[in-house]
Design a protein around this ligand. Structure first.
Ligand SMILES: NC(=O)C1=CN([C@@H]2O[C@H](COP(=O)(O)OP(=O)(O)OC[C@H]3O[C@@H](n4cnc5c(N)ncnc54)[C@H](O)[C@@H]3O)[C@@H](O)[C@H]2O)C=CC1
Ligand SMILES: O=C(O)C1=NCCCC1
Length: 314
């Protein structure tokens, strides 16, 4: 007898079983600590392979991971395309394959787009909790796409801001964002207007040139830098990169994939996992940048969470 056919868990079902990204927080904190503990942490995760699709401005990322603590073995396949102006397809699309670690059988094929949106925002929320200044009042989001929504949701769920500001390259999209989310959001006409005086800043754009200048940033602010995941792409300028304390999800990934890190020559202070383990301090009183590239182990945690909830309900 062969093994049972894999379950197919589409975007709606993922959403149903993972209604709030904050449900992932305890498992993600543990996984980030395990990732930064080397072999003792039980996470096996090579640097992802990113394949360019010449002539189409696209990339295919292959992201395998095993987490012993989560009993999860996955690979995520994610595509991201720079310019899809005349296409209804989203810029990022992903699928997660979940295997049984005991025998390698494929247990489920899950939509990976909702997982990517939620686990990325949840990791930024972990960084924000550790690194934002005391009494943070103003949240600023640069970008108005999928990640802008997931970051808004978790950051406003976990923290109380007096003001939320958004800027996007096309103002129309920022206005749509402001009218779709549940709380008040101020639409700004320039990135500078949105950033000046902000305590927590999130960059979630497809920019390849800096959109955030260190000259605008309030000393002591915390920045979650989510975009610019190619070695020649930037979201943050050199002034910011060189005058901040730089935290990353993975040092290896940051030094291979992040244009903001590689091209600025900025020194990495710590991995987020090291802060979670207590081997490096958080420094919330300093200007801090969390450079996120996205780890497959985060997808493993999220896929396992969804699969377990789905199995319990089916
Ligand atoms: N660190 C991580 O784990 C992850 C990072 N990402 C990255 O986060 C960023 C946002 O992703 P999504 O929200 O899914 O994308 P999206 O396509 O839904 O939104 C992108 C936003 O950037 C804006 N934009 C596009 N080109 C721009 C430019 N040249 N300058 C300024 N703004 C520009 C668009 O108007 C849009 O509002 C991307 O760079 C993506 O690769 C995405 C998933 C995971
Ligand atoms: O971790 C991910 O998933 C991604 N990271 C960078 C850009 C594409 C998706």
């Amino acid at each position: 007898m062969g093994s049972a056919p894999p379950a197919f868990i589409g975007a709606e079902e993922v959403e149903k079983h993972l209604p709030r990204a904050s449900l992932l927080l305890p498992a993600l904190e543990a996984a980030l600590g395990n990732f930064s503990s080397g072999p003792a942490g039980g996470v096996v995760q090579p640097l992802r392979t990113v394949l360019a699709v010449p002539g189409h401005g696209g990339y295919l990322g292959v992201m395998p991971a095993y987490s012993a603590a989560d009993d999860a073995l996955i690979t995520k396949l994610v595509t991201f395309y720079e310019h899809l102006k005349d296409s209804p397809a989203p810029s990022h699309q992903a699928t997660v394959l979940l295997f049984d670690p005991r025998n390698g059988s494929l247990k489920a094929v899950l939509d990976g787009s909702v997982i990517t949106a939620k686990r990325t925002a949840a990791v930024s929320a972990i960084a924000t909790k550790l690194l934002m200044p005391a009494f943070a009042e103003v949240l600023c989001i640069l970008g108005a796409g999928v990640q802008a929504y997931s970051h808004y949701e978790i950051l406003t769920e976990l923290f109380t801001f007096k003001e939320v500001r958004i800027w996007n390259r096309s103002k129309e999209k920022a206005e749509k964002f402001a009218s779709s989310v549940h709380g008040p959001v101020r639409v700004c006409s320039s990135a500078q207007e949105a950033v000046v005086g902000a305590d927590v800043i999130v960059t979630v754009t497809m920019a390849a040139e800096p959109i955030l200048s260190g000259a605008w940033v309030k000393p002591g602010a915390h920045i979650n830098a989510i975009g610019a995941s190619r070695p020649d792409w930037r979201e943050l300028d050199d002034e910011l990169m060189k005058n901040c304390f730089l935290f990353v999800d993975s040092k290896e990934a940051a030094l291979t994939e992040s244009g903001d890190v590689i091209l600025s020559g900025a020194e990495i202070f710590a991995e987020l996992g090291e802060v979670l383990k207590g081997t490096k301090p958080a420094l919330p009183e300093k200007t801090t940048v969390f450079k996120s590239l996205g780890l497959a182990v985060e997808d493993a945690v999220a896929a396992k969470f969804v699969y377990d909830a789905w199995s319990a309900a089916n």
